[in-house]
Design a protein around this ligand. Sequence first.
Ligand code: 6PG
Length: 210
Amino acid sequence: REIAEEAIARKGFFAAALSGGTTPSEFYRHLAELKDGFQWDKTHIFLVDERFVPPGDLDSNLELMQTLFLRVSNIPAGNVHAVVTDNSSISKAAELYEQELKQFFALSGKDFPVFDFVGLGIGVDGHTASLFPGYPEVAEKERMVVTSEHAGIKHKRISLTLPVINNAMNVFFIATGKEKAAIIKRVIEDKDRALPAAEVIPANGELTFV
Ligand code: 6PG
């Protein structure tokens, strides 16, 4: 709430990019409780990543957010910036999402958006967003949005890139459960740069682990 209020006071809107997965559910339920006391009309929600599944699919990250807080908040529909997945091609979905970012943040040239808040999860393999260890999209420096399609990973995905995440004002990792303890240690203490999650080092923003 403080981050949102500060952003709205400073520039008139609050832009957040949020992740899917199971961990943030409790946090999203709390967002549902903010209801009218919160300036939803000045809040813009983007997705850190999305699975390439039809709209409304139970594995869609947007659907998770819709169910847990967006539908019960009074956020205007236009403030929810979905990854459009009803295209035939995932590369088209990524391109459209990049255009959406450029337009919303009025970006020119090689500028990256500045999110006020980015909420991330972490996988036991050290992935974050849909940036999986050992794949070239982790090293992407120019694009804002990449696709990720790998054997063994359920669903093709569309993801924000590290330059976008690292350009944010506030980045929060949320992790729970003892099965995540070892990987969190490798990120925070060992700073093991082979892990995409350890490559999250905001240039000018704050990084917080919860
Ligand atoms: C997703 C994510 C992903 C997630 C991690 C952790 O769409 O799955 O955005 O990066 O945050 O995989 O997932 P869990 O919270 O389910 O452990």
